[in-house]
Design a protein around this ligand. Structure first.
Ligand code: NAD
Ligand code: DAU
Length: 352
């Protein structure tokens, strides 16, 4: 079988990556999708059990920090395009150990850029789409939104590593003409989200009647987007975005952490048939995250006006479907949270 493109998707076994792989495998039978993933604690092939047998899907276990492994996958599969999601993604872990973030997020990205530069002869016929975060812009006070013109001001080791990777992507565009596109997205939520992150952690702890650790006073604000809408935005930018351009992705959906936790408690009391107010009793205020960014909020009007993307569902709809997914996939959660992760979690929260 011949394919029109062979796309290397890095980090395809992770949360967002698995949604992007599924979307591309199912929507584009004419593309061959190579999922390149190291399967760290955050990567799980169970996330993709539904596409595993597809003719246009291949999984390759590999590490983007190894230049040799990256060069090899480019050569073995004659890679025509890249959608780069592999990363260390959790801010709290970056505070505990920044070096892993430098290696994966910075060195790993440069290895991919270099392999694409070496392999691709005619830049116009390829795309290198780098998936990044709104955290590169820093932290907002009460007013304003992040636009593509907002100066970079990363404040955690995670966001500093992502900002650095964005700079390298732009440097390869300006210096070598590599055909890059970038996207910077707000906080995602949805199915297959690793339960160290706020929403799946709260869902899981509410279900198990465990304490709900809210950092500081819970008044930090995040701007939430359903992961499948992020995947669709990546599809649109990959196909229609301009080379060298960056696109902010977000759904104008700001929530204070504590309001979101109360909302989840109420929703889950209903779903689990608990008396109203039962789960709220689990809320526990804990020591704040070091350097905790106060507010993120994305202006995605460039993506909407130039490429016609908009979110497909409301936050209330998305949260309900997410809660339903977690409640009916307790084996997935059990598999993920057993072993090394349970020890990490217990140690982390004992120290808060
Ligand atoms: P995740 O932690 O769920 O998944 C990361 C994946 O990358 C895992 O499958 C892991 O095994 C893989 N990986 C890690 N190190 C690797 C290496 N050295 N080589 C190969 N694979 C490796 O992350 P996520 O939340 O799905 O985020 C994906 C991307 O999207 C990241 O680049 C992140 O910065 C970005 N992003 C995330 C969000 C969010 O809310 N989660 C928002 C905006 C942007
Ligand atoms: O904005 C995009 C970013 O969103 C992505 O680039 C990151 O990869 C992703 O992890 C996410 O980062 P955050 O730090 O915003 O997400 P997290 O789920 O860790 O935390 C969300 C908010 O909830 C934040 O203000 C910290 C707070 N929090 C988090 C946890 C895990 C709590 O109060 N308690 C918790 O236990």
């Amino acid at each position: 079988m011949t394919f029109d493109k062979t796309i290397l998707i890095t980090g395809g076994a992770g949360f967002i990556g698995s949604h992007v792989v599924r979307l591309f495998v199912n929507t584009y039978p004419n593309y061959r999708i190579i999922n390149f993933d190291k399967l760290t604690y955050a990567g799980n092939l169970e996330n993709l059990s539904d596409v595993q047998g597809a003719e246009n899907y291949v999984f390759v276990k590999g590490d983007i920090v190894s230049a040799a492994e990256v060069q090899k996958v480019f050569a073995d599969f004659d890679i025509t395009d890249v959608i780069h999601l592999a990363a260390e993604s959790h801010v709290d872990r970056s505070i505990e150990g920044p070096m892993e973030f430098v290696m994966t997020n910075v060195v790993g990205t440069v290895n991919l850029l270099q392999a694409a530069k070496d392999q691709w002869k005619n830049n116009e016929s390829h795309v290198f789409h780098h998936v990044s975060t709104d955290e590169v812009y820093g932290s907002l006070s009460d007013e304003g939104l992040f636009t593509e013109q907002t100066p970079y001001d990363p404040r955690s080791p995670y966001s500093a590593s992502k900002a650095s990777s964005d700079h390298f992507v732009r440097a390869y565009f300006h210096t070598y003409g590599l055909p890059v596109k970038l996207s910077n997205c707000s906080n995602n939520y949805g199915s297959h989200h690793f339960p160290e992150k706020l929403i799946p952690l709260m869902i899981n702890n509410i279900r198990e009647l465990k304490p709900l650790p809210v950092y500081g006073k819970g008044d930090n604000i995040r701007d939430w987007l359903w992961v499948e809408d992020h995947a669709k935005a990546i599809d649109v930018i990959f196909h229609k975005g301009e080379f060298g351009q960056s696109y902010n992705i977000g759904g104008l959906n700001e929530w204070k952490n504590i309001d979101l936790v109360f909302f989840l408690c109420r929703l889950m009391d209903e779903k689990l048939g608990r008396p109203a107010g039962e789960s709220e009793k689990l809320i526990t205020y804990v020591t704040d995250r070091k350097g905790h960014d106060m507010r993120y909020a994305i202006d995605a009007s460039k993506l909407a006006s130039e490429l016609g993307w908009k979110p497909s569902i409301t936050f209330e709809e998305g949260l309900e479907s997410t809660v339903d997914w977690y409640l009916s996939n307790s084996e997935w959660v059990e598999q993920i949270t057993s072993g090394a992760y349970r020890a990490y979690y217990e140690n982390m929260y004992q120290n808060r």
